[in-house]
Ligand binder design. Structure first.
Ligand code: UD1
Ligand code: CA
Length: 460
């Protein structure tokens, strides 16, 4: 077998997407938190193309800016949208003279790489044109695939140009095709726009290929949604669910327990150990790692976090850029903000916020506390309502709480301040100076009761 020809991928992304009713260009609308175009490009890259070219339209600066870091891309501007054939033509100077061109769409985000490589293979090294088609019960709006009696593909007719008989055809053009570059260049150059829409149709290259005795083969994807395009927010939401279901299925396949795979949202990378259980309504963003036997309760949001083995995250927690040690218990309603590192068996309870702090093993802050810019030792108990006053209005300062300290309820630790090992702070203390180890510190007005005191009464 000869080496397979070089692959050039051309992604059409010039459409305006008016029906999205959004400031954001259509191909930047997200699926699983990433622009649709990023999904298409990632899939394209898995085919190891020689060239990867995006055709962008008027106002495409935002699109280019969003992919400024992608050095492997080349860009072709289609200033006026004169049709899909015209769009592909704009990219032809960017691709070489040989090899294959695979045409994809920035608003068709979920095509499988396997489907595309099968399509590329179906060209038999560029001897044929390969077209991705699907059969639709309701083909309205799509280009129809016209075959001869022997079943060979002859041409594509757009809905607006089709006869009533042609409109009855249920095999439709997905728009995705693969063709030899050298031939495609000629077919595109010869396109005419004498059709119902006055556009240069990419679809007309099919009849041109047949006229040149180049066989056209139609291939089908495993699933129809692989070819679905997004024109409005309803389509976007529909494909989001399809994609999320696929991601959920992959987690189930890997042995993760999802209480309801239909109520699961992964917007990044989620790596789970054995016997991880995830309850409904959780959102995972960025890179999240969850250790063996950990449980994530309902309605938690986890972004860039590492959860140790055996951790229990109770419902309604929000965790971001944090590390949680083994066997810790969080929530319900706990918040870990960036820079939080919890060692093993740490308890962070309801309405406790921890930011940019380390908490050593077996320490607890179970209720209504703010721990910011702090280093907390092991075996520390932080009472209800404790606050580290880390910000003086201009600068942030650190608080250090050494091992086995007990911080009474409603204590304010005015940073910078240090609590020595084993020290006890009485409830309601406002701490402004360092505390020696193994002492009791209280700062509060001595309790007194006034005998015979009368409540004021309302004046008549
Ligand atoms: C096109 C196909 C039709 C197919 C359908 C599948 C043509 C002539 N028709 O129809 O056979 O069934 O897709 O969805 O190709 N685009 C540009 N520049 C342009 C025009 C379009 O970049 O000048 C891009 C759009 O952004 C979009 C894609 O090409 O991503 C398809 O354009 P659209 O107008 O939606 O195609 P249809 O006319 O619906
Ligand atoms: Ca159109």
């Amino acid at each position: 077998m000869s080496a397979s020809p070089a692959l050039n991928v051309i992604v059409l992304a010039a459409g305006q997407g008016k029906r999205m009713r959004s400031q954001l260009p259509k191909v930047l609308q997200p699926i699983a938190g990433q622009p649709m175009l990023r999904h298409v490009l990632d899939t394209a890259r898995s085919l190891q193309p020689r060239k990867l070219c995006v055709v962008f339209g008027h106002g495409g600066e935002l699109v280019r800016a969003a992919f400024a870091g992608d050095a492997d891309l080349s860009w072709a501007e289609q200033a006026q949208q004169l049709g899909t054939g015209h769009a592909v033509q704009q990219a032809m100077p960017e691709v070489g003279d040989d090899g294959l061109a695979l045409i994809l769409y920035g608003d068709v985000p979920l095509t499988r790489a396997a489907t595309l490589s099968a399509l590329v293979a179906a060209t038999e090294g560029g001897r044929r044109v390969a077209l991705l088609t699907v059969n639709m019960a309701n083909p309205a709006g799509y280009g129809r695939i016209i075959r001869n009696e022997a079943g060979a593909v002859l041409r594509i007719v757009e809905e607006k140009d089709a006869t009533p008989e042609e409109r009855r055809v249920q095999e439709v053009n997905t728009g995705i095709l693969c063709a030899p570059v050298a031939r495609l260049r000629g077919w595109l150059a010869a396109l005419k726009n004498n059709n119902a829409q006055g556009e240069y149709y990419l679809t007309d290259v099919i009849a041109a290929a047949v006229a040149d005795d180049v066989e056209v083969i139609a291939a089908q994807p495993a699933d129809d949604w692989e070819t679905f395009g997004v024109n409005n927010k309803a389509h976007l939401a529909e494909l989001e669910r399809v994609h999320q279901r696929n991601l959920a299925d992959a987690q189930l396949e890997a042995g993760v327990t999802l209480i309801d795979p239909a109520r699961f949202d992964q917007r990044g990378e989620l790596v789970c150990g054995r016997d991880v259980e995830i309850d409904v309504g959780c959102v995972f963003e960025g890179r999240v790692e969850i250790g063996d036997n950990a449980r994530i309760g309902a309605h938690c949001v986890l972004k860039n976090v590492k959860i140790g083995t055996g951790v229990e995250v109770k419902p309604f927690c929000h965790l971001e850029d944090a590390i949680v040690g083994a066997d810790s218990v969080l929530g319900p309603y706990a918040r870990l903000r960036p820079g939080t590192v919890l060692a093993e068996d740490v308890h962070i309870g309801n309405f406790v916020e921890v930011k940019n702090s380390t908490v050593a093993a077996h320490s607890k802050a179970n209720h209504l506390a703010y721990v910011g810019d702090a280093d907390v030792g092991s075996g520390v108990n932080i009472g209800a309502g404790v606050i580290t006053c880390n910000y003086d209005g201009a600068n942030k300062h650190r608080t250090t709480i050494e091992d086995d300290a007990f911080i009474g309820s409603d204590t304010q630790l005015v940073a910078p301040v240090r609590v020595g090992k084993g020290a006890t702070i009485g409830a309601g203390t406002t701490l402004t100076r360092d505390v020696p180890a193994n002492t009791l510190t209280i700062s509060r007005v001595k309790q007194s009761s006034l005998e015979g005191w009368q409540r004021p009464v309302k004046k008549k």
